[in-house]
Design a protein around this ligand. Structure first.
Ligand SMILES: NC(=O)c1ccc[n+]([C@@H]2O[C@H](COP(=O)([O-])OP(=O)(O)OC[C@H]3O[C@@H](n4cnc5c(N)ncnc54)[C@H](OP(=O)(O)O)[C@@H]3O)[C@@H](O)[C@H]2O)c1
Length: 343
């Protein structure tokens, strides 16, 4: 694997550059603090009445109106939710940004799918840390870093690398990618595994046990709680390394059942999901969802909140049985707890 590494945090392409961080949620806070602690010149741009203003000021950062932050910036990082990007770009960035300024995206969704005409002189940089914001910050403070994918389409790749190094990502590894690769792989993994497939499998397995007379508590521990241990083992030791470390009954059971669950029909569904992302169908569906006030996302969240596994989780959490969570898990991956259409 070829990755750029750097223990140096502030490197020449970023020296003397003013960075405007737009948004102070999950990524915004982590990136602003890491960049500032690396010696970069950072201001935070927030909309009028933002509830995060006092938090950013309390963190020792300069806060400005978005328009003022953008007007003086050489580098503008769009760290607000995707649903807000088009309005922000068309109303508060394109009319104001300096000639040749660099726009930094933490995810390639907007540059890839938007119908907006980008100003031709503006650079479009991708710096996508592979960590949620609180984790990016925690690793930096511990003297470590999260890996990141970078690209410049068009723009100065050296500046994208320097931005990633100032986030601490050079301590782990910065890899060349593209807006398309990062976005499609990221959306696919969220849907197929991380946020869609894995929770759905956990719920289905939990329901199967409960419908067959097992207690919700036992089902919860077996189907959800232990995911953490297995995920940690796979990340640390690889999937074969995990399989070497489990019991002989677990290993035999996995050997005969995993491919029965993820069979050829399921693989075909995964290929279908990927095709809908590659064709732009998913992006068009998201646009309709945004126009409709995020109704399906809200409905999904409400259904989860009312589910039996959630009730079991609440009871177990209230009984103080759960071990302390990692710092990253205690904070939301997104600064927003509830999706809404008003972003
Ligand atoms: N969450 C992650 O860890 C993660 C990981 C990798 C990549 N990313 C990417 O990072 C970017 C930011 O995501 P995020 O999860 O960090 O966002 P987030 O936490 O939801 O962002 C919240 C911030 O965005 C501001 N905001 C929301 N709507 C706005 C609007 N219409 N105009 C101006 N400001 C607005 C909020 O302003 P107020 O303060 O006024 O409420 C708040 O400061 C996205 O491109 C995302 O795909 C995120």
């Amino acid at each position: 694997m070829s990755a750029w590494r750097s223990d140096e945090l502030l490197t020449p392409p970023l020296v003397g550059k003013r960075i405007a961080i737009l948004g102070y949620g999950s990524q915004g806070r982590a990136q602003a603090l890491n960049l500032r602690d690396s010696g970069a010149d950072v201001v935070v741009g927030l909309r009028d009445g933002s509830s995060r203003e006092s938090e950013a000021q309390g963190d020792g950062l300069t806060v400005q109106a978005i328009e003022d932050a953008v007007a003086a910036a050489d580098v503008i990082a769009l760290l607000v939710p995707e649903s807000a990007h088009e309005d922000l770009l068309s109303q508060k960035v394109f009319p104001i940004a300096r000639r040749g300024a660099a726009l930094v995206f933490a995810h390639g969704f907007t540059p890839l799918y938007t119908s907006l005409e980008f100003r031709e002189d503006l650079q479009r940089l991708l710096v996508a840390p592979k960590a949620i914001g609180p984790e990016l910050r925690r690793l930096y403070v511990e003297g470590r870093g999260a890996p990141a994918l970078v690209s410049a389409e068009p723009g100065d790749l050296e500046l994208a690398k320097a931005y990633a190094f100032a986030l601490g990502c050079g301590r782990a590894g910065v890899l060349a990618s593209s807006f398309r690769e990062e976005t499609e792989a990221d959306l696919f993994s969220e849907q197929a595994v991380l946020c869609g497939g894995l929770p759905a499998l956990i719920i289905a397995a939990f329901d199967t046990l409960v419908e067959n007379g097992y207690s919700e508590e036992a089902a919860y521990f077996e189907c959800l709680f232990e995911v953490r241990l297995i995920a940690e083992m796979m990340v640390q030791h690889g999937i074969a390394g995990m399989a070497e470390r489990i019991s002989d009954t677990a290993r035999f059971g996995a050997a005969i059942s995993g491919h029965e669950i993820v069979d050829e029909r399921m693989r075909e569904k995964l290929r279908g999901l990927l095709r809908s992302i590659q064709s732009g169908e998913f992006a068009r569906a998201f646009e309709r969802e945004r126009e409709g006030g995020m109704a399906r996302s809200i409905h999904w969240l409400e259904t989860l909140r009312r589910s039996r596994i959630e009730a079991a989780h609440r009871r177990i959490a209230e009984a103080n049985v759960l071990p302390a969570a990692s710092p990253a898990a205690t904070e939301a991956a997104s600064g927003k707890a509830t999706p809404s259409g008003e972003a």
